[in-house]
Ligand binder design. Structure first.
Ligand code: SAM
Length: 271
């Protein structure tokens, strides 16, 4: 049976995909109050965003840019865990070219539908979106050169399973390039444990030391975890409280406890 966390996360991201799909082009950017966890233009450079459909940008829900350190090369086979509306997959497709391939994996039907529409709009042929769970990746052992992910592992209630699956499908020498939110300081459990906190990518976060422990346990080496964007009070106000997609998810009364408690981080490792 599906866990409560998973059901809620699916419902939440399904509703976001529908909102983006329903918005008419040009009226879902931050200026209209739709936005994303971090607006696409803040975390990705213009060159990477070139040629991507507007709806892929509007559905950007990442916390940092995994392409900055994935160092993708022509011809590589890449898997994006929790691909959402497809923004990272479509950018990666340009880097690996027609001799490479990029898979996007997501559990939410509405997100997959949006991602496939974006793929069609962009006209790329080296991309495939798969339905499934990051804790049970529907790909063979040793089949992928690079695993990327952007703000997804924190949503899993079985991070060890998700990361061990990532290890299984990576080829020997393959690399992990994950952008994710990590915990920087302790926050009260009553603040952390609401479903809204989990769905908004904060409640399920772990500390860098716990992340490293899990990565080591499942077999990864050369592990580096680097916090790059600290979520100060003002960042949380801008990205969560003033944002139509996340409105009402985080209580204002939590702000003191949340100030500086989380950061967007680059997580790198090799198999
Ligand atoms: C915060 S969004 C990030 C989307 C995308 N990576 C981006 O940067 O815009 C999280 C995505 O992960 C998917 N997701 C969450 N948990 C998942 C799981 N256990 N297995 C597969 N997909 C999952 C959700 O459906 C959603 O599309």
């Amino acid at each position: 049976m599906e866990s409560e966390v998973r059901t809620k996360v699916k419902k939440f991201y399904g509703s976001i995909a529908k909102k983006v799909g329903a918005s008419k082009s040009g009226c879902c950017g931050s200026s209209c109050g739709c936005g994303s966890i971090s607006e696409a233009s803040l975390i990705y450079d213009g060159e990477n965003l070139q040629g991507l459909p507007e709806e892929a940008l509007q559905a950007s829900l990442g916390c940092a840019n995994p392409l900055m350190f994935a160092k993708l090369r022509e011809g590589e086979t890449v898997l994006d865990l929790g691909s959402g509306g497809g923004i990272n997959v479509l950018m990666a497709a340009k880097h690996v070219g027609s001799s490479g391939k990029v898979y996007g994996l997501d559990m939410t039907d509405e997100m997959l539908q949006l991602a496939n529409q974006n793929k069609q709009k962009m006209g790329v042929t080296n991309v495939e979106f798969l339905k499934g769970y990051i804790e049970d990746i529907p790909l063979p052992d040793n089949s992928i050169e690079v695993i990327m992910s952007n703000c997804v592992i924190n949503l899993s209630d079985d991070k060890e399973k998700a990361l061990s699956e990532a290890f299984r499908v990576l080829k020997s020498g393959g690399r992990l390039a994950i952008a994710d939110i990590i915990t920087m300081k302790d926050i009260p459990q009553r603040v952390r444990s609401t479903a809204e906190m989990w769905s908004s990518c904060l409640g399920g976060t772990i500390k860098a030391s716990e992340y490293k422990e899990i990565l080591e346990k499942v077999g990864f080496q050369d592990i580096e975890i680097e916090p790059v964007h600290i979520y100060t009070r003002s960042v949380i106000e801008e990205t969560f409280l003033k944002n139509r997609l996340f409105a009402g998810m985080i209580k204002k009364s939590y702000l003191d406890a949340l100030d500086g408690a989380f950061a967007g981080a680059y997580i790198k490792a090799h198999k």
